[in-house]
Ligand binder design. Structure first.
Ligand code: GDP
Length: 341
């Protein structure tokens, strides 16, 4: 990635389990940063330590409000999060931002890291900004980001933002790990939906139209009413909450406190009607199920004789001797037989 922020660790050397636990609970940001590196690791020995660590700190988690923020590149995410974050830290909140960079392993390019982002916020002692590359994770971004959220909570952060670029696959995964999902949109950019899929709009608990200043103000107000109408056509959200559409200018500091009030209202509303808790329960179940999937998959694909069988089947599929579904069943049957013997 580009220039690392101060929360991006330079050292990958391992701490002891106790040092990790003590450091995190003592709110030591260097230790927190290293712990996040640990949960991102693909090494089996690191995975084991990471799982033990998350288990150990679990009693200290769950108290934050978890916010997902998404929007296309250029919509103003980093400028908005910086203004929003400064507002929160001025209120005495401690904020962690986990920014998911959809850089691909192929190009080694980076959307988030190319420029200096959230400069002011990254100097704030009550803010922790951590970019992570989605390209490094086999099971997608979901697994380690969930663990990173828990680590940040144990380190005393009371607002956690998970930022994604609204162009990839990660949005629905992020929707599945946060309490409130915020979509940033531009007003008056021609096509009102700007390539943001209807599905992403449907996931949103709030939409903020960015850059509502200068010549853009009128267009933003118009877009606000267009989006409100568009939302009426969707199924009402399960939470019972009515999705809000706000306008904001990060540069003129407008709409920032309203955004926070909206999220606080959402939190009280869903605390009262039980949705906040039931959504987290459901998210934990999804996490559990996808972990089973991932573990099984890696057990199968890492098994030496199964790797051989897979190669054999690939050749047979290519020569038309067997179809992929039947070949998969043979591979899994072989694996089950190996396990039973
Ligand atoms: P990101 O790619 O979504 O993180 O977008 P950035 O935060 O980097 O912003 C993209 C561009 O929009 C930058 O040139 C910003 O200066 C500009 N920008 C961001 N927020 C505002 C705003 O509130 N008003 C105006 N006029 N420009 C903004």
């Amino acid at each position: 990635m580009g220039s690392p922020t101060r929360d991006t660790p330079q050292s990958t050397s391992r701490l002891s389990f106790d040092a990790f636990v003590k450091g995190i609970l003592a709110r030591d940001r260097t230790v927190l940063s290293r712990a996040i590196t640990l949960v991102e690791s693909q090494l089996p020995s690191d995975r084991q330590l990471a799982e033990q660590l998350v288990d150990e700190i679990l009693p200290h988690t769950g108290k934050s409000i978890r916010i997902g923020i998404t929007g296309i590149p250029g919509v103003g995410k980093s400028t908005f999060i910086e203004a929003f974050g400064k507002h929160l830290t001025a209120l005495g909140k401690r904020l962690a931002v986990l920014a998911i960079d959809p850089s691909s392993q192929k190009t080694k390019g980076s959307i988030l890291g190319d420029k200096t982002r959230m400069n002011d916020l990254s100097k704030d002692d009550n803010a922790f900004i951590r970019p992570t590359s989605a390209g490094e994770s086999l099971g997608g971004v979901a697994n380690y980001t969930r663990e990173a959220i828990l680590l940040c909570e144990a380190a005393g952060f009371d607002v956690i933002i998970v930022e994604t670029v609204g162009v990839g696959q990660s949005e629905s995964q992020v929707r599945n790990m946060v309490d409130f999902f915020l979509l940033l949109m531009l007003g008056g950019a021609g096509d009102e939906l700007q390539g943001i899929k209807k599905g992403i709009m449907e996931m949103a608990d709030g939409i903020v139209i960015t850059k509502a200043d200068g010549d853009n103000l009128k267009r933003s107000t118009q877009a606000q009413s267009d989006f409100k109408h568009a939302l009426h056509l969707f199924q009402p959200p399960e939470s019972g909450w009515t999705t809000k559409v706000l306008i904001s200018s990060a540069i003129e500091h407008r709409g920032i406190d309203e955004t926070w009030s909206m999220i606080e209202d959402f939190r009280s509303f869903t605390l009262r009607n039980g949705f906040l808790e039931s959504q987290r329960d459901d998210q934990n179940k999804t996490w559990f199920h996808s972990s089973i999937n991932n573990l099984l998959r890696s057990e199968i694909f890492n098994h030496k004789s199964i790797q051989q069988k897979i190669k054999e089947m690939e050749q047979k599929i290519e020569s038309g001797e067997i179809h992929p579904g039947a070949a998969a069943r043979l591979v899994v049957n072989d694996f089950l037989n190996l396990m039973a013997s």
